[in-house]
Each structure stands twice: as C-alpha cells, then as structure tokens.
Design a binder for this molecule. Sequence first.
Ligand SMILES: [Zn+2]
Ligand SMILES: [Zn+2]
Ligand SMILES: [Zn+2]
Length: 311
Amino acid sequence: MSLLNNAVDSIKVGVEDFEEGSRERLTSSVRNIHAGILLLYKEALKRLSPDDSNDVLIKRKIVPTRNKDDIVKFIGQGKTTVNVYQIRNRFDKLDIETNWEQFESISKIRNDIEHYYTEDDHSRIQHLIAKSFTIISSFIENELKENPVDLLGHITWSAMLEVAELYQNEREKCLNKINKISWGSDVLTEGVQDITCVFCDSDLLFPNSSDIQDLIFECKSCGAKEEAQGIIPRAVQTALGFEHYKSYVDGLEYPYGSCPECGLESYVIKEERCAFCGYEAEHFCDNCGNKIPPSEMMLSPLCAYCNNKLK
Ligand SMILES: [Zn+2]
Ligand SMILES: [Zn+2]
Ligand SMILES: [Zn+2]
C-alpha cells in the first residue's frame, strides 16, 4: 500500500475513534491522527524524490553512488524512514509548509496521553483534534494539491469539519468576550487575543470579568484558571515579543519593563503606562533629569544611578 493510502487510512480510523469517544478510542484517535499527519508529510517528500533515488527524501540514511559513467548521485539506503527532526529540516530546505507549532502540541499530547488522561481531558483532546484537522486539510490542499473531500471521503471529511466548527464556535465566544473588554492599551488588546493556556496551550481562554485587575481567564479546554497578575504580563510579552527580541539582539532599549507601582512586568514604554494597574510613571529622573531607561523603570522617579547615590 502506498504512503498516501496509509495516511488516509490512519486519519479515517482516527476520526472514527474520536467519534466513538471512549477513553481507549480517544487515546487511539490521537495516535492515529498523529501517525496520519506524519505519513502525509512523508508523502510530500516521496513525491519530490527524484526517480531511481530509492525515495531518497524519505530515507533516514542518504548515501552517494557512482555509476559506470561516473555520475554521482544521492540515493536512499535501507528501510528506515525520516524522523520528525529530519522531516522538518527537509521541509525547510524544500519550502514545504506546515504549522509546526500545532504539530508539536499534538506530539506532546500523543507522548503523554497515557500519563495524564482523565475524564476531564475529553474536551482538551477534542480541541487538539480540531487543531490537527486544520493541519491535515491545509497540508492536503496546499502541499499535496489534492482535494480533501476526494481524498478522505465525504464521511470522514464532514466529521472533521463538524469538530473544527465546534472549536471555531468556542473560539469565537472567547474572542467576543475578550473584545468587549476595554483594555486601555493597544498592546494589551493585541496580546490577550494571542496568548494560550499555560497548561495545555489551547487558545480557548474565556475572561470572566470586565475589570482588568479582577480578571480571570478560564481555559475552556483544560479548565485551568489564570489571574490577571499572570495574564497581563504574558499578554504584553506576547504582543511585544518580537520587538523585545529585536531590541535584545540590536542592544536597544526594551519595549516594556517592571511597573514601579504594582511591580509586574507590564509597563509598556511607548504607551507610558502600566497595562495592569494603569500607573503612569515619571520617565525622566527627578534628580538628574536624564531619561530613565526601561530596565530601570522600576526605580522611577529616579534613575538607577541617582537611586544608588541618594540611598
Ligand atoms: Zn488549558
Ligand atoms: Zn503597574
Ligand atoms: Zn538620575
């Protein structure tokens, strides 16, 4: 049987497992779907392997050969196929795209599933499956240039759509509630939409209050709750993560720092205010008049130098 047929079979069985829904079958569903995605990845590499190369791109071991005309080429050796690390590496070089972050989160659950599966995890697995469906459908369409309905069949495909739709509905409910809150900061408004649960990585975080300092985000996937003191700095860091990284690399000033009022790392420099408590700090030193750098914002209204001197 071909790789592609195996991939389709794994995904079909995984979807059936999922629909049956018992503990054993859900575990099996995660395994089958994970395996199915890997097989789709390998199919893409196989298709790009040159003729007479023994499917070089899907082989873990690649060796050079020389024929009687002195032409050297690389061929695949043995039966062992590429591991995930190699797939990722080859995709990179060959411009094959997939959502690796989502794939990693599926792998993580697949590896741990025996250890932490409880009754409560049903919805968590459901969301995971929903995520994996978006990987499957976009990979089939964009990289394998096939039609998912034709490839997977109507029954499997519509079951997948239904799960994805449920997930999408939940996500919309969360976003609607998030967007109704006045966050008082553009950076925060952006960041809260992108943070995910610290425990299960789901983006189904539902805010239970409109008051920022009393805010609690409840994860609709694993049930974990997180308070504002955790959410707000994480959201600021998420929104400004790239800027922060760039300023680190270029040796420039950081885009956020610790708030002198509440102590959280949520003081947004360009907004001149703390995203958590709203405090607007003095940005110039009371003593020497110099600009206080973000890393010393905690000491405002003094700069670190004056703070030390006046102690
Ligand atoms: Zn969670
Ligand atoms: Zn503050
Ligand atoms: Zn000073």
